[in-house]
Design a protein around this ligand. Sequence first.
Ligand SMILES: [Cu+2]
Length: 293
Amino acid sequence: MREFNRLIAILVACGAILAGGGIAWAGLGQPSPWQLGPQQAASPVMEDIVWFHHFLLWLIVIISVFVLVLLIYVMIRFNARRNPTPSRTTHNTLIEVIWTVVPVMILVAIAVPSFRLLFLQLDVPKADLTVKATGKQWFWTYSYPDAKIEFDSLMVQAKDLKANQPRLLSVDNELVVPVNKVVRVLTTGADVIHAFAVPSFGIKIDAIPGRINETWFKAEKEGMYYGQCSELCGKDHAFMPIAVRVVSESAYTAWLDEAKKKFATDDSAPTPKVAHGVGDTVKPRLAAAEAVR
Ligand SMILES: [Cu+2]
C-alpha cells in the first residue's frame, strides 16, 4: 500500500505542475523559459481557450486517475491468489447504464463550451479596424486598406537586437493596433501557404495564395505580442516572426499619421500580384531579406 500512496503523490504532483505551469510561468505576449501552459491571454478568445484547456486538462486527469485506481484495485483485490473462485456474473444492468450515461454526459459537458468557443472564434464581430497580412517567403506584409498604407515586416537579425527585443521574434516594422478595438485580420499568401498565429490573442489561421482568410482579435492590454508563421513554408519558415504592438487610441492615431507618410500605397501602381508565384513587388524586398542573412 505504501507504493500505491507514493504513486498517488506523484500523480498529484504532476497535475499540480501541469496546472501551475500555465498560470505561473507563462509570459505575456511571448514564450518564457520552462513554460508549459499556453501564453497569457490578452484577448477574449484566448481567455476562453485557456479556460477550456484547463477544463479539459483537469477532466482528463480526474478520468485517468479514476481508471488507474480501478485497475489497481482489480489487480490487488481480484487476482487469482486473493480471489481463487471468481464470480460468474456477466451482466449488471445498473452498472451498464451508468458506464454509458456518464461518458455521454462528460462528452456533452465538453461539447457545450467547445461549440461556444468555436462560434466566438468564427463569428467575427463588427470590426473597428481591418488589417491584411500577406505571408511571403520569408516575411510578412501588412496593409491597412482603410488608411491606404502597406509595409513589410522583416525579422531583426540577432546582431542588431536592441534591449528587450526577443531573438527570432522581433521585427523592423511591427503591426500596430489600438487597445480594446476589434481588429479584423485578413490573411493571404503571395507564394506558398503560410499561417498567421499570435498565441496571446488565440489566433492561428492559414495564409493561402489566391484566397483570403479571416479572423479577429481584440487586444485587452497594451504591449508587445509575438507570434510566428505556423505553416512550414520553406527554408526560412522559422525566421518570419509576427510582432504586434498594442497601443492606446491616441498613440495609434499618432502612429497612423506617421505611417501614412512613410508607407502610403501608390494608388496608380497596379495591385501587387498575390495569386501566383512571387509578385513583382516582392522581389526587391526578397533580395533585401536574403542580403541580411
Ligand atoms: Cu511562412
